[in-house]
Design a protein around this ligand. Structure first.
Ligand code: NAD
Length: 434
């Protein structure tokens, strides 16, 4: 049993802390957001993540998982201090490190015994060295500390199993013994452990996210070409995916990537590259293609129902992907803003993200279900591929719409079946030849 503190109790911090507690460690989670800490103490989840509530409750009851907003309480006796605060996009595309800085300051001031500081946040290359400097300068008591980079690769919606069964664990440090010590925490997890230096560990995270985003923009570019030439990108992706050198994952054409990681991480990597004299032309193209996918949806709508002013458009799905309530950088938000700027009236529904909608959207009629969204709509746009949208009663849906038009941003339906049902159906990259 080890004593661990986790600073930042968001999607990553809460899952990390809870999973370590579940493995028998003593974990204290620290967040500056006091209402969030109060909620967690009362057993109320601040986020939606499958399986998390039960796991938090069980470990809190067993006394292995605690929540506080006090750094000194959180750090008391801890051997490891994980930093899992947000690193959002700054105004110039760079990663904004103000929360990492505040966490490093807080740890330095509260530290009265040797601690291994483990950074889980996605941070620009060189941040580990910078955190070391901050802690050294801000320490009130001269105790030893080590800094290890341990980037996180979990995905919202499957965060617990991603944490417990990762493809790999990356640990980077300038002191190999420190990284090896953190590796002890992952012994029960059967995954390759990559021990490397700080900067390389930080870069592995950015390079991985940028590569996945590149695959998405690549298949979206192929989708546009398919559409122009009468081929079907869904079948193209299947045909490509059987090639072992390519693989089937991240080849779903659609409205592009979103969420709290890919957009900001690709931007931050491009920004870092440019600042250091590199010319990140591929990353820039990945970002441009992604932006275009949102515009394509609106163009498709216009091409079918004409001018959008005063038209009623229904949006199915607000979360940036299924099985999460996260709407940060969600394609829905950008698409809705584009529609509203052209005068459309927007109705929307999402199975779990509705409570977050008012944080990102205005003047949107939030509905109880997909059928209510469809009432009187001139068109529906499929934005998030929730399972419940795959099994809708399409006849019932069509019956309540003003015009039976669907723009399917996630290629969820069969174009021929939709046309047979009487819909004017537009998908992404599925040529008219079919
Ligand atoms: P989040 O916004 O959900 O949570 C961040 C938490 O940090 C918030 O609760 C906030 O109140 C807290 N915080 C801010 N300043 C603090 C401080 N000084 N001390 C203590 N707590 C503080 O963020 P997230 O989605 O969990 O992401 C955290 C990091 O992990 C980011 O760098 C992100 O890029 C990375 N990451 C996220 C995911 C993901 O799927 N969300 C996956 C892998 C990596």
């Amino acid at each position: 049993m080890r004593k661990i503190s986790v600073f930042g109790v968001g999607y990553v911090g809460l899952v990390t802390g809870t999973c370590f507690a579940d493995q028998g460690h003593q974990v204290t989670c620290v967040d500056v957001d006091e209402p969030k800490i109060e909620k967690l103490r009362a057993g109320i989840m601040p986020i939606y993540e499958p399986g998390l509530e039960e796991m938090v409750r069980r470990n809190a009851l067993a006394g292995r998982l605690r929540f506080t907003s006090s750094y000194s309480e959180g750090l008391a006796g801890a051997e490891y201090a994980f930093i899992a605060v947000g690193t959002p996009q700054g105004s110039g595309g760079e990663a904004d490190l103000q929360y990492v800085r505040a966490a490093a300051d807080g740890i330095a001031e509260a530290m009265d015994h040797p601690v291994t500081i483990v950074n889980k946040s996605t941070v620009p290359i060189g941040t580990g060295d910078w955190v070391s400097d901050i802690v050294r300068r801000r320490q009130t008591k001269p105790v030893n500390f080590w800094v290890v980079s341990n980037p996180e690769f979990l995905r919202e919606g499957s965060a617990i199993s991603d944490f417990l069964f990762p493809d790999r664990v990356v640990l980077g440090s300038m002191e190999p013994e420190a990284a090896a010590q953190v590796a002890q925490l992952y012994l029960s997890i059967r995954a390759p452990i990559i021990l490397t230096d700080l900067r390389t560990a930080e870069m592995i995270k950015y390079a991985s996210n940028a590569f996945l985003a590149t695959r998405i923009s690549f298949i979206n570019e192929i989708a546009s070409i398919c559409e122009a030439l009468g081929a079907d990108v869904k079948e193209v992706a299947v045909g490509m995916g059987y090639d072992k050198r390519i693989g089937p994952q991240f080849l779903d054409a659609g409205i592009g990537y979103g969420g709290s990681c890919f957009p900001k991480d690709v931007q931050a990597l491009a920004h870092m590259a440019a600042v250091h004299g590199c010319h990140p032309q591929l990353l820039r193209a990945v970002i441009d293609i992604n932006r275009d996918q949102r515009r394509q949806v609106v163009q498709k709508l216009r091409s079918v129902i004409g001018r959008l002013d005063e038209k009623v458009v229904g949006i199915l799905g607000l979360a940036f992907k299924p099985n999460t309530d996260d709407m940060r950088e969600a394609p829905s938000v950008e698409i809705i803003h584009l529609l509203q700027s052209e005068g459309a009236k927007v109705r929307a529904y999402d199975p779990v993200a509705m409570p977050n909608a008012p944080l990102y959207l205005r003047d949107v009629a939030l509905c109880e279900d997909a059928y209510e969204v469809a009432e009187g709509a001139d068109a529906l746009v499929m934005v998030t591929e929730w399972n419940e949208f795959k099994h809708l009663d399409l006849v019932r849906l069509k019956a309540v719409m003003r015009q039976p038009v669907i723009v399917d941003g996630r290629n969820m339906y069969d174009p021929e079946a939709m046309r047979a049902l009487g819909f004017t159906y537009r998908a992404m990259g599925r040529g008219q030849a079919r």
